[in-house]
Ligand binder design. Structure first.
Ligand code: NAD
Length: 420
């Protein structure tokens, strides 16, 4: 992997920019530039044919200065330690930006879950959970879903930790099914947050959502929910892509039908979906479609120094973590294309995860209206803070978001001091 595409080097570069502007003390800079704890586990899983296969997984805790750490678990063949480190660092900034009392963490297993049966997936999940359990707990590290993991996988992890402890520990993980202590609104929370950030940013530009042309890359939990909610808000979603293909329709795609189709597909893909006036395009063509808002909601490094000059979107709202490289950021800024950064745009998930954790600890559950309105208030306030700072100091939105977040984390760490 070239340095240009290494997510951890990118995350450090983004941090350095903020540290420089904040004139952060070198001691604090050194602390925050690296993760606090990293655990690599190599573990065996018995396959259905009786053989044993080894897998590798990671759990990285970036910074515990503001509280226990929080962050998703990803299953993907391209997971590596630097990716997990970057995702953990981004979680620290995200939690601080929306002011919830967590540091950042992330986990991952190098696996293509599509190659496993359901029983194998369960055994892999339970063994990984068992091996990283020395780090996990409601008071220290609380995982959640990420790419290719879902509520069922969260339930297996919760059950595994609970079996070790001898009693049920719902607050050890979030994104669980409702029947085992999950929160209403959690599955949709990240996509809902993305749609709210589109709404706020578009309103700042004095425009309306009606007829707004939206393109979404990634049609999983985040992308498909954001697409659906924006469709319901009156936008025209003209292009979507998943790992298997990309689809374009100038007059707007039928997002509810596409969601229903992908939900029924074994691997939650749009493969085989057909509709009048819809044409297949390539993944790179999708990113370069002329539109008002482009929402990358798949993986890192999608908008790069190579393709950013060809992007024809009026605005980018980052559903994925790290979809835009610093090289692309520089080009988009120079071209006057605002980028609502990941640590703000996709923070809805961790906000409702925080609600789920609080509900689990209190064993007192809230209704969906309560959850969605609290989510909206936190996100819209954070958006306003970022927007005001960016406007007053003529900074890109990402830099403004980093200044607010890094400052909060630095203050917490400085106040606690260096132990011993
Ligand atoms: P998911 O597994 O539900 O969906 C991922 C989607 O991306 C799938 O539709 C997949 O087919 C598609 N995809 C994969 N590779 C692609 C490619 N090369 N081109 C186009 N599409 C591709 O995962 P998710 O939970 O929706 O996560 C997506 C992104 O959002 C990730 O960056 C994740 O870290 C971030 N995120 C997720 C949450 C959450 O609550 N799930 C919260 C914050 C951020």
């Amino acid at each position: 992997m070239s340095d240009q595409a290494n997510p951890f080097l990118i995350a450090q570069q983004q941090f350095d920019t903020a540290a420089e502007l904040l004139n952060l003390h070198p001691d604090i800079r050194a602390v925050l530039r690296v993760p606090q704890r990293e655990l690599t586990v190599n573990f065996p899983v018995r396959l259905d044919d009786g053989s044993v296969q080894m897998f590798t997984g990671y759990r990285v805790q970036h910074n515990l200065g503001r509280g226990p750490v929080k962050g998703g678990i990803r299953y993907h063949p391209s997971v590596d330690l630097d990716e997990v480190r970057a995702l953990a660092m981004w979680m620290t900034w995200k939690c601080a930006l929306v002011n919830i009392p967590y540091g950042g963490a992330k986990g991952g297993v190098i696996v293509d879950p599509r190659q496993l049966s359901l029983a194998e997936l369960e055994r892999l999940t339970r063994r990984f959970a068992s091996d990283v359990s020395i780090l996990l707990g409601p008071e220290k590290d609380i995982p959640a879903p990420d790419v290719n993991t879902n509520a069922q996988i969260m339930a297996w992890i919760m059950d595994t930790i609970s079996m070790h402890r001898g009693y049920t520990v719902p607050a050890v993980i979030t994104g669980k099914p409702i029947q085992v202590g999950g929160s209403l609104g959690r599955i949709e929370a990240t996509g809902r947050g993305v749609s709210l950030m589109v709404r706020e940013a578009v309103h700042k530009q004095g425009r309306s959502l009606k007829g707004l042309r939206v393109v979404v890359q990634g049609f999983g939990n985040v992308g498909s929910t954001a697409a659906l909610l924006l469709h319901e808000m009156g936008c025209q979603v003209i292009g979507v892509a998943d790992a298997a293909g990309a689809y374009y329709c100038a007059s707007g795609l039928d997002i509810p039908a596409m969601r229903t189709y992908s939900e029924r597909h074994t691997f939650r893909l749009l493969q085989g979906y057909e509709a009048p006036n819809m044409v297949p395009i390539t993944g790179s063509e999708l990113l370069e479609l002329e539109c008002d808002v482009l929402i990358p909601a798949a993986l890192e490094n999608q908008l790069t120094g190579e393709n950013a000059a060809r992007v024809r979107a009026g605005m980018i709202v980052e559903g994925a973590n790290g979809p835009t490289t610093p090289g692309a950021d520089a080009i988009l800024t120079a071209r006057g294309i605002p980028v609502v950064p990941d640590i703000l745009a996709n923070a809805g998930g961790v906000i409702v995860s925080y609600f789920e954790w609080v509900q689990g600890l209190q064993e007192f559950f809230w209704d969906e209206h309560d959850i969605n309105s609290k989510l909206e208030r936190i996100l819209v306030n954070a958006f306003e803070e970022v927007w005001q700072l960016a406007a007053s100091r003529a900074l890109p939105l990402r830099t403004a978001a980093y200044l607010l977040a890094v400052q909060r984390v630095a203050e917490a760490n400085a106040t606690r001091g260096v132990y011993p």
